[in-house]
Design a protein around this ligand. Structure first.
Ligand code: KG4
Ligand code: ZN
Length: 341
């Protein structure tokens, strides 16, 4: 460790993962601990906010201690404490924010509130040491679908967003309708591997006059209509073909919009981020199209695509460097927008 190295303890609790990490200089993960609640929420078919809050309360102390231990550090040695303060579920966010405030106050270290969506983008900095802004980023998670230009660290220009469901939400809803359970994204991904993506022609959602916006609710309805029709006429549904065809309809639109943005803006780099960025069909399609177009493509490995605290530590480093510390009056902001502070 060099004298000027900055090591940030980061905390993430915006949804159903209690996570803590220590990240050095925004790019090197010294530790990353994730306690997932998926097994609990699976029983209810989705995240139950009150249960999520309780689980975060139970786990946060242990997860933070483990992250420090894994990094071989005492709490006093960290240079700052970062925490996700939005967007997300208010109860779960408040547990992380209150905990981080207490730690920052007790250690007398700066507190850095981080936007969760910006964290997803920053996951790319961890694995791709050469990646620097500007680049186009496709952010696809359970709650968000954005196509943005990352103009500088922490500076975003939104090109397009979903008008209705987020991409991950569409995966989760369609998975439920096929009976694959929660969380739907990884289940559809696996099921689709056995199916024919051209078996059923589903609509590619376009938004008139907004070339970079997305819409997935029409696709979701088309899948439901297909199922209802089959039920009424007594036809068998092949769930693998259904999953593969649905997935292709989502992936096609995400890829087309992303490539068009990079081309039209004359940029050279495209990154993907968020839980849906771990989808195998999306990763393959984006890397193939980028290779054909001479675009450099970046995406985090699946463990850094889904919620984790290392990405929060990476985003926090650049905020810290820019002098953007939060006050101890930091509050959870469930509807926090991208680029908002
Ligand atoms: O980023 P994330 O962990 O949490 C949010 O910030 O929302 O994203 C979770 C979303 C869920 O909707 C999940 O179904 C989806 O990402 N997801 C996937 C895959 N893995 C996770 N969607 C498609 N294919 C996957 N392999
Ligand atoms: Zn997320």
């Amino acid at each position: 460790m060099k004298e000027q190295d900055i090591r940030i303890l980061a905390i993430e609790s915006s949804c159903d993962e209690t996570a803590a990490a220590v990240v050095q200089n925004g790019r090197t993960v010294l530790s990353s601990v994730i306690a997932s609640q998926i097994a609990t929420h699976t029983l209810y078919g989705g995240v139950v906010p009150e249960i999520a809050s309780r689980k975060h309360t139970e786990k946060i102390n242990q997860v933070v201690s483990e992250a420090l231990k894994e990094a071989g550090m005492q709490a006093e040695e960290v240079d700052g404490v970062a925490v996700t303060y939005g967007p997300g579920l208010v109860g779960p966010l408040l547990i992380g924010v209150s905990f981080a405030k207490a730690v920052a106050w007790a250690l007398d270290k700066p507190l850095i509130g981080v936007n969760h969506i910006e964290g997803h983008v920053a996951a790319n900095y961890i694995e791709h040491k050469d990646l620097e802004p500007p680049f186009v980023c496709l952010i696809v998670s359970g709650g968000h679908t954005h196509l943005v230009v990352v103009e500088d660290y922490g500076q975003f220009r939104v090109l397009g967003r979903t008008r209705d469901d987020a991409a991950g939400e569409a995966f989760d809803k369609v998975a439920r309708s096929i009976g694959l359970g929660y969380p739907g994204g990884p289940k559809i991904d696996a099921e689709a591997k056995r199916g024919n993506p051209d078996a059923i022609c589903f609509p590619r959602g376009k938004v008139q006059d907004s070339p970079y916006d997305f819409s997935f609710s029409g696709l979701k309805s088309a899948v439901l209509n297909y199922q209802n029709h089959a039920k009424m006429t007594g036809e068998d549904i092949n769930p693998s073909d259904l999953a593969a065809s649905f997935q292709k309809a989502v992936v096609d639109v995400l890829v087309e919009h992303s490539i068009a943005a990079v081309r039209n803006l004359g940029m050279k780099q495209l990154a993907a981020a968020g839980g849906v960025a771990s989808n195998s069909a999306l990763r393959t399609a984006l890397s193939q199209r980028c290779a054909a177009e001479g675009i450099q493509f970046y995406r985090p490995s699946p463990i850094l695509c889904t919620d984790n605290a290392a990405m929060i530590g990476a985003a926090a480093y650049y905020a810290y460097r820019g002098g953007a510390a939060s006050g101890l009056d930091l509050n959870a902001v469930p509807g926090l927008k991208l680029g908002e502070r």
